[in-house]
Design a protein around this ligand. Structure first.
Ligand SMILES: Nc1ncnc2c1ncn2[C@@H]1O[C@H](COP(=O)(O)OP(=O)(O)OP(=O)(O)O)[C@@H](O)[C@H]1O
Length: 216
């Protein structure tokens, strides 16, 4: 599904954030991405999302080299990807169901259909009964599950997560990792950037380890 071939990235005026990365994420795999702060985890995810451009190498997404996409093609790439954030990024003045439906509305779904799919996604993460709440009335763990529902509402092939349990205790973190596992079992390819080594040990999966921009 994803293949990096000798990929490098340096931000303007900075030292290289990633150097010579070569790896493969097969379709249907679930993989962790770890490494110390500043090792390049977020940068790697941003390259896959087309939010940053590589300076060298190729990144293949289902056989297409996404380092060569034009700005007009990036939205089509992103429709195949769901992204979960550490800080949830929910719109505070919109209801939970509206937050989850928003990506569908933006891509042109009829509001009624968008709501139907958003409710189905909320059902998957166990929050159907919170659909009409405002995010502020949910716990941190619940807000993270809403973020996950929003990331999967368009049924992406690839689910990315950047420190999804950074703000949660161990029990809630395990619940979130279990949810990722469920989506993986449904066929989504999953890549999770995390510092949570305790959870990784409890749920062993293939692991990419970054050290100062290099894969160990
Ligand atoms: N927009 C940017 N402009 C310049 N340098 C950046 C930018 N974003 C990241 N960097 C640098 O690139 C390197 C990798 O950063 P990145 O955020 O990818 O690491 P990370 O492993 O995700 O860190 P953390 O675990 O703290 O989130 C760091 O040296 C960082 O300072």
């Amino acid at each position: 599904m994803i293949r990096f071939a000798n990929v490098s990235k340096a931000y303007l005026g900075g030292k290289p954030a990633l150097q010579g990365l070569t790896f493969h994420l097969p379709v249907g795999s679930m993989t962790y991405l770890t490494g110390h702060s500043g090792a390049g985890k977020s940068t790697l995810l941003k390259l896959i999302m087309g939010m940053e451009r590589a300076n060298g190498g190729q990144i293949w997404f289902n056989g297409h080299d996404i380092t060569r996409l034009s700005p007009y093609e990036i939205p089509f790439l992103r429709r195949q990807i769901g992204m979960v954030h550490q800080d949830y990024r929910l719109l505070p003045e919109r209801s939970v169901v509206d937050n989850v439906a928003l990506p569908l509305i933006i891509t042109g779904f009829h509001p009624k259909d968008a709501e139907k799919y958003a409710l189905a996604a909320l059902d998957r993460v166990g929050l159907r009964d919170r659909a009409n709440y405002l995010p502020v009335h949910l716990s941190g763990g619940e807000q993270q599950r809403v973020d996950i529902a929003r990331a999967v509402v368009h049924k992406p092939q690839l689910l990315l997560a950047d420190e999804p349990t950074g703000n949660l205790d161990d029990k809630l973190s395990m619940d979130i990792f279990n949810l990722f596992e469920e989506f993986n079992k449904l066929g989504m390819t999953v890549l999770i950037a995390t510092h949570n080594l305790g959870l990784i040990q409890q749920k062993p999966k293939p692991c990419l380890v970054l050290e100062q921009g290099h894969l160990r």
